[in-house]
Design a protein around this ligand. Sequence first.
Ligand code: SF4
Length: 367
Amino acid sequence: MAAATRDLAELELPELQAALTPSGIEPYRAKQVFRWIHRRAVLDWTQMTDLAKQHRAALAEAFHISTPGLAARYESSDSTQKFLLRLADGRHIEAVYIPNSPADTFCVSTQVGCAMQCSFCLTAKMGLERNLTAGEIVGQVRLLRSELRLLDRPINIVLMGMGEPLHNYDATVRALRILTCPDGAAISPRRITLSTVGIVPALARLAHEPVMPNLAISLHGTTDEQRTPLVPVNRRYPLAEVLRACRAFPLNRRNRITFEYVLIRDVNDSVADARRLAGLLKGLRAKVNVIPLNAAPGIPHERPSAAQIDRFGKALADCHVTVSIRKSRGRDIRAACGQLLVESGQPSPGQRLASLIDTPAIPETTD
Ligand code: SF4
């Protein structure tokens, strides 16, 4: 039944208003429907009690509301929770809940798999299976808010799950518009962080979007020679171009760009690397998140020693760079920054989910 009708989960409010008109439903009712779906996470027409019965019947006839299904849920001893979600086509993605970090934060996916081939990332091994739709991106947030009973609480969102958000630009930006719409979940853009490897033309496009999330750049290297093997897209968009795009990116007065740096033993973890990184970021309103790698089978890298992690962080701080070193959370359930590997579309939790790096960079804004 659902497949034959139009999916309302995909629609922005003006589109929803236009979609309802042929059913004889007044456009102002669209706000009520939008609120039920996106603010209250109600997908059952019969529960939309401020709509007349005949309207609910007409809506059920003409539309459906797609949503990811909950395939599995794991809770870490530190309260981090990982949600394995099943999509309509049977594929799986993950979303992670990180409580009190300092706000409640959701890490959500934008693609099934990823095309970027970063050498330290298990998701890369899946390749890109497909883009998520805006409805599937928004659906992760809705499902977590509902499952965790956080519908009335402010949450932060980080687009750091599976996939490269700017490689799925249109759906990602559409999802941002739906999530921030004042008649829906009304999540402040200041609470949303988009993490990217730095797809330069897409960054330039993002700079002109009316809905502007916080920006996090996955840097991971301080020279092209060092970064290209880690983040192969660096061949196409080298460091200098990425940093130029960052310098041109519009920031409001309170904002900084977060630079993520996965710290890998004997690859990018020297004090000289830290100093070079500080030099690259000179003049940028920047913060560095150092993410010590968690070694995993199949990944040709190792985690630096605790002493080396400290040395690296201190060298950055000595260069007057604002730096945080990511603590591990959710490691016992292998929850991580979207570093998900789903094999053959048939997840077997505990065996098939694997993490390499720790919990995502958390936006600073908690307004
Ligand atoms: S680190 Fe991010 S961009 Fe790189 S392959 Fe993994 S999911 Fe894709």
